[in-house]
Design a protein around this ligand. Structure first.
Ligand code: BV8
Ligand code: ZN
Length: 245
């Protein structure tokens, strides 16, 4: 039995599977990940600051102009489309096999692909709000108002609803994700290096039967997985779903 056939068999017998993913889920949509060789954090962007410093709350407050230039350049890919992997997960939800997608990504591609239960642990580029009065803005407002987008109502800075380094994650997202993982019969972890916390720690709540890792490179969770697939995740999920009758 090939790995894909094994994956398809496990999924066809699951009724509360959960997907936990990261940037590797969107590389097949043309969005670079962070820590692969071609990832954002390995591109020498700025002599003074590291990419992870530039994606931090402290930098957002102390260097807003540089923050927004970096953010527009490196985090917003508005023409990216969902790939076969996003579509496969949406199909698994429609078939009552998958109960939730938990993502560290901020691109919104799971929802565009049709997934309805999506917990965005690190927020979304599509939601933006004034830090003073809370007024909401769409991503085009942030892209078009340079160098720093300001609220038309009160003049406050408009911030992407994205969890920067040093910022807390949304409590509802955390508790919803823990509940989904704790109740899952199958957990698929994919397209993530499992380096960023507290997100990566959430998979420890899994108590179900099948832990599956789909990632091009090794992660610390591989040793606990029943199935480790070192192939592109979009193709892999799509082929597995096609095998489920
Ligand atoms: C927090 C939004 C409490 C912005 C992100 C000092 C001060 C404060 C905190 C810390 C600190 N030191 C450490 C921390 C904790 C810090 C942290 O974990 N740092 C790491 C780097 C060690 N965490 C935080 O700061 C969190 N908040 O702790 O608050 C607090 C508050 C105040 C003071 C103290 C504590 C907030 C973390 C959220 C940060 N925001 N994103 C942005 O987009 O950058 S994190 C960023 O990394 C992205 O969201 C990304 O999703 C996430 C995780 O990366 P991955 O998704 O895993 O991507 P990666 O490239 O790493 O891996 C992709 C994998 O896919 C690779 O393995 C590759 O091989 C594979 N792959 C690629 N393509 C494919 C594939 N596999 C299969 N198929 C393919 N096609
Ligand atoms: Zn305002």
């Amino acid at each position: 039995m090939t790995d894909i056939e094994k994956l398809a068999e496990i999924l066809s017998n699951s009724t509360s599977a959960v997907f936990f993913g990261g940037a590797g889920m969107s590389t097949e949509s043309g969005i670079p990940d962070f820590r692969s060789a071609s990832g954002i954090y390995n591109q020498k962007l700025n002599q003074t600051f590291s990419p992870e410093e530039m994606a931090s709350h402290r930098f957002f407050v102390s260097h807003p102009e540089e923050f927004f230039a970096f953010y527009r350049e490196r985090f917003v890919y508005l023409d990216a489309k969902p790939n076969a992997g996003h579509l496969a997960l949406a199909e698994l939800e429609r078939r009552g096999i998958l109960s939730a997608v938990i993502t560290q990504n901020i691109d919104g591609l799971h929802q565009i692909a049709g997934s309805r239960v999506v917990y965005e642990l690190h927020g979304s580029i599509r939601r933006n709000y004034c830090v003073e009065c809370g007024a909401k803005y769409d991503v085009s407002f942030v892209m078009n108002n340079k160098p720093v987008p300001h609220c038309t109502r009160c003049g406050g800075v408009v911030k992407p609803d994205v969890v920067l380094y040093g910022e807390h994650l949304d409590n509802d997202n955390i508790s919803n994700s823990i509940r989904a993982i704790a109740n899952a019969d199958t957990l698929i972890v994919g397209g993530t290096s499992l380096i960023v916390y507290p997100a990566a720690g959430l998979i420890d709540y899994f108590r179900g039967r099948h832990l599956i890792l789909i990632n091009k490179t090794a992660t610390h969770a591989d040793a606990d997985a029943e199935l480790v697939i070192r192939e592109p995740i979009g193709e892999t999920l799509s082929k597995a779903v096609a095998l489920i009758e």
